[in-house]
Design a protein around this ligand. Sequence first.
Ligand code: HEM
Length: 437
Amino acid sequence: MIKDASQSSIPSYSPNTPDQRVDPLFFKNPARIFLEPYQQLGPIFRCHFFGSEQIAMAGAEANRFIWAENELWDYYKTNRIFREQFSDRYLNQLEGETYMRKRRRINQGFKPSILLSHVPDMGEVVFREIDKLKGEATDLRLFCMSLVIAMVSQVLLQEDLPERMDKIMAVSNQEMLKSSSLGWKRWLWYWYPPKRARRRVIFKYLGEVLDRRDQSGVEKDDILSLILAAHPKDQPPIPRYELVHDLSQLFMGGSTTSSMIIAWGMIESWKDKDWLTELRAELKSWDSTQFESMKPFPKLYATSLEIERLRPGIPTFRRFAKQDFEWDGYSVKKGESVLHLHTLCHFLEEHYGDPFTFKPQRFIENPVPDRDIHGTYGGGQHKCVGLNLARVAPPIALANILSQFDLEFSPTPSGKERYLSVIAPREDVTVRFISKT
Ligand code: HEM
């Protein structure tokens, strides 16, 4: 039964902030700020967030509904900041058959067998990047982002990036994502000259990569080759600008989020000394050059899953309704903005006991998270295409780091969070890697 179709019938969350906006609370406490309204108002409520009125939906039932009913969502509008900064061929803003065709092609690049065959090279990059620091302290976030990009380069292209390209990509990706919280002001942000200059450098480099592939004609066993090979021969060639943007998406798509799994993985393991001792004992037999499977390393895998749960990179996901629909007795109108709180279940006692505590043990007992509860990678048709890679690269980095180095953080991370296009540590932390041997 519909309770009332009028706008006022959905309860409202009105925090005590200027204009009752959730933003200032969210920027300080992004993963958990919506728990209180969820517990007080139920799984659907209105709020003012990121520049507009939104209908928040949360909980396991909401996840199940939202991810199953693909045709309800306007991805063209939902992911418009990507189209605005790239083109109308960018994967996540496509819909229908055009989307499915492109998604099938991109999926080909993320076969686990291919990803696993590049583990030795990815592992090697971790030591190289730490070597470059020459024992000096470095900014934790920027280091982890550059590291992920350098690792991804091994499996995407099988080549090392030019000097400083990892840093340029890391900063550029943060700048790109920042647009999602700016409302209409994003249009000014798109013209910010240093942002545009960084994109030019990246696109020029990626164009040169494609030219080299064209000229060499050599088939490689990396993500780029598989994606190119999956393009049907009877179709017109993919335009160069689209390939450059796709490569850029694959390089940077998960760099900010994956990097935070490494950063939080280091912080949480370092804070929990008992767990660190257990994990290091497991990692005595770790050697990324001989890696075959994650099976012998359940504690490493559980650490990664627990970080996905406790510090989910993207805590909320804004969608637009493509048609009217009813849910939980309320009606939502076509065009309304729905704030999907897809990771809120991570903090509900009914799903995870002691939900605010880092307890990787829970994923040793149960290493397969429930897909409607564990929302880190989204769900449904547009579920993260890089999931397989995101479950491999950060654990490799963590294993190489924690098994070989002691960590010295400054200041000591408090464990509190802030929102910087991703859930990041509250403080600007530096880290120094001290070799254990
Ligand atoms: C911890 C790491 C990562 C997290 C938390 C993450 C999270 C997400 C989320 C929440 C979505 C939206 C899903 C939805 O619409 O419901 C997404 C989509 C996507 N992700 Fe990831 N991601 C990660 C790593 C990666 C990596 C490593 C790559 C590529 C190398 C990647 C590429 C993409 C792409 C291309 C999409 C768009 C998929 C589509 O619309 O079909 N992600 N990701």
